[in-house]
Ligand binder design. Structure first.
Ligand SMILES: [Mg+2]
Length: 344
């Protein structure tokens, strides 16, 4: 079935998409339906705000990304930025610009993904806007969250001798993207064969349906650890480490042998004839957390499931370097994915 958006109009569309939304968070006082939403946060909290704009053809390719997954991912990457401040996401607003190619049903799919993510992470959709677009789909999500005033973690707090920790594993989302790009002609229906993703499910999941590490933030709180600095890994470990070190005025040493990599990522890198460490260091879109803790927390973090120690912070004059398995030192370079840099 295909219902043209014009048959509902803008208000009709918003009404259809936001139907049945129940506000779950205490701080969400009033959601969709008036000129503005109303939020009410207790005074002992800091309020965190982050926003993200995704453009079709730049950030996503609808040839292989289902709209529901796109909605889910668009929401989750915003939550990830709030967790990266050691906070909890509570509300989002969703703005969409869409060309005539999209139907009401398409937008329902997209919204189903957004709403699923919100349900999963206990976040309320409190508003948004829709507009027509001349070229494809644009999605902008703004996320609002909260953190205890003394627990907000910035990028600039890393200190010499701090330990560098990372959650999960790295490079899988990038490998998933490579795989989807390779199968693109098949997925477009240009070839009469089925793409074979057997044994590579994890890579696809990491690319198409990433999760934000709420669990790590909860574990850190339970262990009474406040990281000295933290970021989520969206552009690649190298690039994020350099952000932390630049903003904290430090250097760092990370060890190749400690970088967490999944087996499927390794197999795929070999198949593509790519350097595995480069993929893990620069791949991006992992949405894992990178954080530093004082050396006194060594015992606590080393016992934490899903967290790996990968190196330590140094004085700034030592620069940022990767130590390879055979003991060589390579200066870190940010080759992170950056669409603004790519277009020359
Ligand atoms: Mg971030």
């Amino acid at each position: 079935m295909r219902t043209e958006i014009a048959t509902l109009g803008e208000f009709g569309l918003i009404k259809r998409l936001t139907e049945g939304i129940k506000l779950e968070n205490e701080s969400s006082k009033y959601g969709v339906g008036d000129d503005a939403a109303v939020l009410s946060y207790p005074s002992e909290k800091e309020i965190l705000v982050t926003t993200d704009l995704l453009m079709e053809g730049v950030h996503f390719d609808l040839t292989y990304v289902p709209l529901k997954h796109l909605g889910y991912k668009a929401a989750v990457v915003n939550f990830s930025d709030i967790y990266a401040m050691n906070g909890m996401p509570r509300q989002i607003t969703v703005s969409l610009a869409l060309s005539k190619r999209f139907s009401v049903e398409d937008m329902e799919e997209l919204y189903a993904g957004i709403r699923l993510a919100c349900q999963q992470y206990h976040v309320d959709v409190i508003g948004g806007d829709t507009s027509s677009s001349l070229t494809g789909l644009a999605i902008s999500i703004t996320c609002i969250g909260e953190a205890d005033k003394d627990k907000v973690v910035y990028r600039n707090g890393a200190k010499d001798t701090d330990l560098i920790c990372v959650s999960g594993d790295l490079g899988a989302a990038y490998m998933g993207l490579q795989l989807l790009e390779r199968e693109k002609t098949v997925l477009k229906g240009e070839k009469d064969v089925q793409p074979d993703f057997t044994g590579k499910e994890y890579l696809l999941e990491r690319q198409l349906k990433p999760e934000a590490r709420k669990d790590i933030i909860e574990k850190l709180a339970a262990a009474n650890i406040v990281p000295t600095s933290m970021m989520d890994i969206s552009d690649g470990l190298s690039s994020e480490l350099m952000h932390i070190c630049t903003q904290s005025n430090t250097g760092c040493r990370v060890y190749e042998e400690h970088i967490p990599i999944d087996y499927q990522t390794a197999v795929m890198a070999e198949e593509f004839n790519m350097n595995l460490t480069t993929c893990a260091m620069n791949g991006g879109e992992d949405y894992e957390l990178l954080f530093t803790v004082p050396i006194a927390d060594h015992e606590k973090v080393s016992q934490m499931e899903g967290v790996r120690l990968i190196g330590h912070i140094t004085k700034p004059e030592l620069g940022c370097a990767l130590i390879t398995r055979d003991g060589q030192e390579f200066e870190l370079k940010a080759q992170g994915w950056n669409p603004l840099k790519e277009e020359k």
